[in-house]
Ligand binder design. Structure first.
Ligand code: ACO
Length: 378
């Protein structure tokens, strides 16, 4: 680089792009708070619906506020006949992340307040998105498997209804609790790639459906949310705890990325991993299959010993969802359903104190030159 090269922050490493009061990551103590509350405490003391309220309103709900919030969510779960028709036409082999991305975009067109980006309208739209996303994820997935969509059940809380629309039945309360914990842990994580994408779209004055459609596109990548699916594919490829060390040595030989490890912000452990591991272990007990957690344990110990790299949230979430019975392509769409809460909180925050997000690039291409006529280009 020449002397005139400005300081570059590739990958925006170490850059503070704005202030935010939604959540705080403290890598030095491996901790994460939402609106000041430690995530592990929220997991033990609250549920996903209360955390959604907390992220959107800044405070935990009173009993009356929670009742209203739950009633609104339950009343908005059904998909329109038009969206259901569109879902039926999706390619059967489409990835569920592409299906939910397209469904959210479609919901934006048919939303009764489509053109309104006022804070009040954005909040009402966020509620509709939160309520409809599981219905759309489940319907698209069931249709791809040749099954009919299941209508949401307004008598069921959010997490119970999630299982109902995917499987047509509600599992034991230990399974619901593990799922609920995963939804809380996935809900929010400061300026990660998909949240920053959603804020960037919002900064142009675009609506929340556009911001969340873009957030879903960013989340799909295996370096971000797509890692929870990649982790389970990896565990299946490894096959058993006995095979884990040799399998990992092969990866080290090729300097390959090991999915579910490493993090841009946490370098000595992801704050969410102990809680998710505890609930993934509970799932292994409930199902009576310890193979995946034992394989995970061997991989994590060896990664730490050889590379000094810790697992991230996707590492225990992948096997937890598998043990809950979800098909692997549903793992990242589940993350979407949770992260809608965090994305929306950032959309509200960006909208409340907006400045267009528009960084600079340092140009390294050709100097200015004349355009040759077509006949002179060989
Ligand atoms: N496997 C093997 N080596 C790794 C891994 C990994 N999973 N993660 C980091 N490293 C290595 C890097 O290759 C690099 O080595 P080098 O210094 O010899 O080049 C070193 O550790 C430092 O890594 P960074 O480049 O600083 O990591 P960065 O912050 O750019 O990337 C990321 C973070 C993308 C999460 C990376 O760790 C990764 O690709 N992990 C696998 C994918 C994954 O699990 N993503 C989920 C993220 S969490 C979430 O979205 C919920």
């Amino acid at each position: 680089m020449s002397d005139s090269t400005p300081t570059l922050y590739k990958g925006l490493v170490g850059v503070y792009a704005d202030v935010s009061a939604v959540s705080k990551v403290m890598p030095e103590t491996n901790s994460l708070t939402y609106r000041g509350y430690a995530v592990q405490d929220l997991c033990e003391e609250t549920d996903f619906e209360q955390v959604a309220y907390l992220l959107w309103h800044g405070e935990l709900p009173t009993a009356a506020q929670l009742k209203t919030f739950q009633a609104e969510e339950r009343a908005n779960r059904a998909l329109s006949p038009a969206l259901l028709r569109v879902l039926r036409d999706f390619p059967k082999d489409a990835h569920p992340m592409d299906a939910i991305r397209t469904a959210v975009s479609f919901m934006g067109m048919e939303d009764p307040e489509a053109g309104d980006v006022s804070d009040a309208a954005q909040r009402r739209k966020a509620m509709r998105l939160l309520a409809k996303a599981p219905t759309a994820v489940a319907a698209a997935h069931r249709l791809a498997k040749g099954l009919e969509p299941i209508e949401p059940d307004a008598a069921l809380p959010y997490c119970e209804n999630f299982f109902h629309v995917v499987f047509g039945k509600v599992p034991a309360k230990e399974v619901i609790k593990s799922f609920d914990v995963s939804m809380i842990l996935y809900a929010e994580h400061t300026f990660n790639a998909s949240t920053f994408t959603a804020r960037t779209v919002t900064s142009t004055g675009a609506d929340i459906h556009g911001a969340i459609t873009a957030g879903i596109a960013a989340l799909k990548g295996p370096l971000h949310g797509g890692a929870n699916e990649a982790v389970m594919h990896m565990l299946k490829e490894v096959g058993s705890p006995e095979a884990a060390e040799d399998w990992l040595e092969g990866k080290f030989d090729h300097k390959a990325l090991v999915m579910g490890f490493g993090h841009r912000v946490y370098k000595s452990g992801d704050s969410r991993v102990p809680t998710m591991t505890k609930y993934a272990e509970k799932m292994a007990e409930v199902v009576g299959d310890r193979r995946w957690m034992e394989t995970s344990r061997v991989l994590a110990a060896k990664m730490l010993k050889v590379k000094n790299i810790h697992p991230n949230l996707d590492f225990p979430a992948g096997p937890a969802y598998y043990l809950m019975g979800f098909d692997i392509p549903l793992f990242t769409p589940i993350f979407v359903c949770s992260r809608i809460t965090g994305w929306a909180a950032h959309v509200f925050e960006q909208g409340a104190d907006n400045r267009l997000i528009r960084p600079l690039s340092h140009y390294t291409g050709f100097e200015q030159r004349p355009v040759p006529p077509l006949s002179a280009r060989g």
